[in-house]
Design a binder for this molecule. Structure first.
Ligand SMILES: NC(=O)c1ccc[n+]([C@@H]2O[C@H](COP(=O)([O-])OP(=O)(O)OC[C@H]3O[C@@H](n4cnc5c(N)ncnc54)[C@H](O)[C@@H]3O)[C@@H](O)[C@H]2O)c1
Length: 290
């Protein structure tokens, strides 16, 4: 997709972090943007800050865990702006560590919340928007936000959800190509980005309370996130990937060696690769951005 001006983008999780930066980047390119999020106050503030710059944006509240809510988002977005050209299934949450629990001990509430937003939310987005985006026939693009966690050896709910998004996105790409669609697809796999992802519990539904959240681990991750890339840098890389129809979007090259090592472990038919924290700490101290 090369022409952005005058087209319309829908971004979920757009009240904060990477989603807001994507919305801002699209607006700067002359697009109309639907910012969708579960957090109403933050969404209103995000929309206002873009409207103040005379961008054509609107805010719609959505809970991406809920299929009907995502379909209602699609209906409202089309009613307001007509054809949708760019869809970013970006909303995501992290339960904040496994509290030292094994995968079989982590509570169902953590699995359901994290898989609900991170995996099912992306699938519902495809189900709600793709038929419309294919039917109108104009060029467009879908970006699903996974994570480098989707390329590293598996683990708890966050990792499993992001492996799922990566696999789903590869399926999306295959199926769009098979239909010679005018819609491109990308999967975004960032490393650390300075956002509020480790405050995700602010939007956790009461019905799925009972986290195995590990406070010490969460605080450590929050501190690490602050040293991550800025959301605007990531948005710029995504924007470029859409314009050049690139599927895999990996904004943190520091991880490349670890991704390669993971695949080598698979091909060696041995045991899963593990990241050496000391090597990572050494490289971070030398200025590499993870
Ligand atoms: N920050 C990182 O280091 C990092 C790394 C890799 C991947 N990611 C992914 O990037 C995406 C964006 O996260 P972020 O880092 O910008 O975090 P963030 O917390 O700043 O933004 C996430 C947004 O999603 C919204 N949201 C949460 N649950 C929702 C729901 N049920 N329905 C609709 N919106 C909901 C939140 O209100 C928030 O505005 C996520 O998918 C996350 O997993 C982040």
């Amino acid at each position: 997709m090369r022409q952005f001006d005058g087209k319309t983008a829908v971004v979920t999780g757009a009240a904060s972090g990477i989603g807001f930066a994507l919305a801002e980047r699209f607006a700067k390119a002359g697009m109309r943007v639907v910012l969708a999020d579960i957090e109403k106050d933050a969404l209103d503030r995000a929309v206002r800050s873009l409207e103040e710059r005379q961008y054509r944006v609107t805010g719609i509240t959505v809970d991406t865990m809920v299929k009907d809510s995502v379909h209602a988002l699609a209906d409202r977005a089309m009613a307001e702006f007509g054809n949708i050209h760019v869809l970013c299934n970006n909303a995501g949450v992290a339960s904040g560590g496994d509290g030292g629990k094994a995968v079989w001990e982590i509570g169902d509430a953590d699995w359901q919340w994290v898989m609900g937003v991170n995996f099912w939310g992306v699938l519902y987005g495809l189900q709600a928007f793709l038929p419309h985006m294919l039917a109108h026939g104009e060029s467009g693009h879908v970006v699903n936000t996974a994570s480098l966690a989707g390329l590293m050896p598996g683990g708890g709910p966050y990792s499993v959800s992001k492996h799922g998004v990566l696999a789903l996105s590869e399926g999306l790409h295959r199926d769009l190509k098979a239909r010679s669609a005018a819609i491109g697809a990308s999967v975004l796999c960032p490393g650390l980005v300075s956002t509020r992802i480790y405050d995700a519990a602010r939007n956790r539904p009461a019905s799925l309370a009972g986290s195995t959240r590990n406070e010490a681990g969460t605080q450590q991750m929050k501190a690490m996130l602050q040293s991550g890339k800025q959301p605007a840098e990531v948005a710029e890389i995504v924007f470029d990937a859409i314009g050049n129809d690139r599927f895999y979007v990996l904004p943190h090259p520091a991880w490349d060696d670890f991704v390669r090592a993971r695949v080598e472990h698979v091909l060696a038919r041995g045991n899963p690769f593990t990241v050496d924290p000391q090597e990572m700490a050494r490289r971070r101290a030398a200025g590499e951005q993870f």
